[in-house]
Ligand binder design. Structure first.
Ligand code: LLP
Length: 424
């Protein structure tokens, strides 16, 4: 795909050697492939169109909220799924029009709802009876009408990691499928609300086929029929995100399979559908480039200590996630391999990227790449251990640009102060 190993230049993203990026930008650094982002956006919209669906894609920007990535995806015709004021403002700054924005999330504040209404975004996905009342009150007071879709929890098991499954009845998301019709009726009767449809999102990193999608959408279809039977308006169906990617070699469903599941379950309703994918678009398009600080041969294990850490890429520490790790140097690819634990310099054992990973000798200064880190990588970073946020680089063919500078130490101190009574 966008990654290749070159005999002279080592690992390259598109036409740019990672060693060149490291030399110019330093490490750790996030590297995104514009070509990969474009191809993936097109593969998704292409699959939906090929299935004969009238579909739009609202990219879940929580996966990667880089302004440059958003601007690129906007040029591919994607809108944005946002979950906070910050995301809404970044999406707008990237050039995505309000008419291309959907607001999801279980805890939208009054301030955020006001902003969404003032901007007149495309759709707000309501998650509870309480939120419906809140939206009605705010919209009425502002003299606006909110276009609201009702997020339904279909109570299906997406068979993914417990921390990222969302479609079970016990999860905090959406309204129960049994209450949905009643609440949709209520939305239609309340001032300031125009009910526009139903929405669901059953979880993330769904790799166990599209069976759970099918089950969820079949329940949604039943609900849509019931809504129509009452003569209530319904304009569209938001099918959520969650399509998984292979981090290791696990099989993962392709967009064609998801499009097929949508077509089979919702196709005959004749309504436009929306999708909110994040990971599938951005995940494989990015990597985290790091240097080896030291290679430590312990009594029992070999440790490769990188200059990237759990504060940069949190997924291994947080979800025991597996990320591929490749050496960047050309000769590393033919050197003898032996197991190593790849860790970061942060002071806790959880700061471990991989255990017993087969890797060549990686002396201090060697470059390594953590793969499939384009989604939920930079966006989940923190400054733990006072480590500045790593820069983000976009590669496009032979060109590359720093699209977010490395955070400065001044920025870490910015806005902090010691109260006067502690200054003696
Ligand atoms: N729509 C809604 C309402 C969501 O909550 C999410 C993700 C998405 C769409 C996009 O899901 P995707 O297509 O990216 O799977 N930090 C975790 C993933 C959390 C996902 C949260 N919601 C991870 O690193 O695996």
């Amino acid at each position: 795909p966008h990654l290749s190993a070159h005999a002279r230049d080592g690992l390259m993203v598109e036409e740019v050697p990672l060693a060149r990026i490291a030399a110019e930008v330093g490490t750790p650094a996030w590297v995104y492939s514009a070509g990969s982002l474009r191809r993936r956006a097109r593969a998704l919209t292409g699959a939906l169109a090929a299935a004969g669906l009238d579909a739009s894609v609202h990219y879940a920007m929580k996966a990667n909220d880089s302004l440059a990535v958003l601007a690129l995806l906007h040029r591919e015709g994607l809108g944005a799924d946002v979950v906070s004021e910050g995301e809404l403002r970044i999406a707008r700054a990237a050039g995505i029009p309000a008419a291309g924005i959907v607001f999801s999330g279980v805890g939208k504040s009054e301030r955020e709802l006001r902003l969404a209404l003032a901007e007149d975004i495309f759709q707000i996905n309501a998650e509870s009876a309480e939120e419906i009342a809140m939206i009605s009150a705010i919209a009425s007071a502002l003299g606006r009408t909110a276009r609201v879709a009702l997020r339904v929890n279909p109570d299906v098991d997406a068979k993914t990691h417990a921390k990222i499954t969302t479609g079970r009845a016990e999860n905090k998301f959406g309204v129960g499928i049994d209450d949905a019709l009643k609440l949709y009726r209520r939305m239609a009767s309340l001032p300031g609300i125009a009910p526009v449809g139903v929405a669901t999102h059953i979880g993330s990193q769904i790799t166990a086929g599209v069976g759970a999608y099918r089950a969820a959408y079949a329940r949604l279809a039943e609900l849509v029929r019931a809504i129509r039977a009452e003569g209530l308006p319904i304009l569209r169906i938001d099918c959520g995100g969650g399509l998984g990617i292979p981090y290791r070699d696990e099989p993962a469903p392709m967009p064609e399979a998801l499009a097929g599941a949508i077509k089979a379950t919702l196709g005959d309703l004749g309504l436009p559908v929306m999708l909110e994918p994040g990971r599938w678009i951005a995940g494989p398009a990015g990597l985290l480039l790091a240097s080896v600080v030291i290679e430590k041969i312990g009594a029992q294990r070999r440790f490769v200590v990188a200059d990237a850490a759990m504060n940069d890429l949190a997924r291994p520490a947080m979800y025991d996630a597996w990320h591929g790790i490749l050496p960047v140097a050309p000769d590393a690819l033919v050197a003898p391999i032996a197991p190593a634990d790849v860790v970061g310099p942060v002071c806790e054992t959880g700061d471990t990227f991989a255990r017993g990973r087969a890797l060549p000798p990686l002396p201090a200064g060697s470059l390594i790449a953590f793969l499939d880190a384009g989604a939920y990588g930079a966006t989940m970073s923190s400054t733990y251990n006072a480590r500045p946020l790593a820069p983000e680089v976009l590669v496009d063919g032979t060109r590359f640009a720093v699209v977010r500078e490395r955070q400065s130490l001044e920025a870490l101190l910015h806005g902090q102060r010691v109260p006067e009574w502690l200054r003696e």
